[in-house]
Write a protein that binds this ligand. Structure first.
Ligand SMILES: Nc1ncnc2c1ncn2[C@@H]1O[C@H](COP(=O)(O)OP(=O)(O)O)[C@@H](O)[C@H]1O
Ligand SMILES: [Mg+2]
Length: 357
């Protein structure tokens, strides 16, 4: 009997979330192998070299994370690939299991578009918008969705006046974030003007644009969304940080943050959270999948924090957990995502590229 098809999992990538990608990809590869997919594994190193990572399937069978593409290439220099296209079997769908800049921001998506290959997840525009916190917030606000008030500051515009303006407009404490990262890297909570100045300067090490945002006191909710024209939204999960906020240590190093999936909400709170999550997904033109992160304020108002177009798939990640809670095993999630990738590809191919009928 023929299997479900060819799936190429791309992982690693030149981002601070490279290691998380290696763990996410293992889960996808393992699930796809079990489901009878014809699996190709392709690594991407920190310096953007493509690597034939088929050898690291041994790690997956042993239950380990995939070898980092950088290490693989060091061990087996002959695994270097001239490009992504040549390594892909006929009819393959690519699952870019890459997080953060380069893999989640439209760059890989654009490369796959030029190769004409169907891929899992949001397209070029949506990926790029969602990766930039300032642009994403502008789009959400223009679509009438609730976001925390903020200022986007460019490096050249930053100075003592800008500090005073931000504090006047947004109050204290404030959250400072590089516009273009994830995993809480470079995110600081500033309690006074001096701390704000320092926080912005450190955030500029990561990006040319920095977000200064009002503090939202409340609970942190995360919802999983899948779909193209029609979307399905999970119930809400909750992050209970063990530190002052859900920072990098809490997320990945200490593993002390608690994740509850699904969390306890009133029917009205859940309904509101699901509506806002679906509306944010549509406003940002996401297709395939996303994890929509919200705040639930004390007065029950929902505020959108961010939309992640390639959320983690590690064993502790919220996205797969939320679907499991809805009765959808991870194998079904992978199948659904590939079906959505193929459907989007066919739909786009059917668009006219000429004025003549
Ligand atoms: N405006 C805010 N008010 C309160 N907490 C915030 C705010 N912005 C961010 N945080 C905290 O910081 C964490 C990381 O910020 P986030 O915007 O989600 O960045 P990242 O893309 O790195 O995950 C959030 O999970 C939350 O705990
Ligand atoms: Mg976040």
């Amino acid at each position: 009997m023929p299997g479900p098809g060819a799936l190429a999992v791309v992982y690693g990538g030149p981002s601070a979330e490279h290691d998380i990608s290696c763990i996410s990809a293992r889960r996808i590869v393992q699930t796809a192998l079990d489901g009878g997919w014809d699996v190709t594994v392709i690594g991407l190193t920190h310096d953007r070299q493509w690597v034939d990572a088929q050898a690291s399937l041994v790690d997956v069978e042993a239950g380990d994370a995939l070898d980092s593409p950088d290490e693989l290439l060091e061990k087996f220099p002959s695994a270097a690939l001239g490009g992504l296209g040549a390594a892909l079997p006929e009819g393959a769908v690519v699952f870019p299991a890459l997080h953060g800049p380069f893999g989640e921001d439209g760059i890989i998506q654009g490369h796959l578009e030029t190769l004409g290959i169907p891929y899992v997840g949001a397209g070029v525009l949506s990926s790029a918008i969602c990766m930039d916190k300032g642009i994403a917030k502008s789009v959400l606000r223009d679509n009438g969705l609730p976001v925390a008030d903020w200022r986007t500051v460019a490096r050249a515009a930053w100075g003592p006046d800008a500090v005073a303006d931000a504090v006047d407009a947004l109050g204290l404490p404030l959250f400072v974030k590089p516009a273009n990262l994830g995993s809480s890297i470079g995110v600081t909570k500033a309690s006074d003007a001096a701390a704000l100045g320092d926080a912005v300067v450190s955030a500029f090490a990561f990006d040319d644009n920095v977000i200064v945002e009002e503090f939202v006191p409340g609970r942190e909710l995360e919802l999983a969304v899948m779909g193209n024209e029609e979307v399905r939204v999970s119930r809400a999960g909750e992050i209970i940080a063990s530190r002052e906020f859900y920072d990098y240590e809490d997320k990945y190093l200490l593993g002390t943050a608690e994740t509850v999936a699904p969390t306890d909400l009133t029917p009205a709170q859940l309904d509101q959270a699901q509506r806002v999550a679906a509306a944010a997904y549509r406003a940002l033109r996401v297709e395939g999948l996303a994890r929509v992160d919200l705040f639930l304020r004390g007065d029950d108002a929902i505020v959108v924090n961010e939309v992640n177009t390639m959320p983690g798939f590690t064993p502790i990640s919220m996205f797969p957990k939320l679907w499991e809670a809805e009765g959808l095993a991870f194998a079904e999630v992978v199948e659904r995502l590939v079906a959505l990738a193929r459907a989007r590809h066919e739909r786009r191919r059917a668009l006219r590229t000429s004025r003549i009928l």
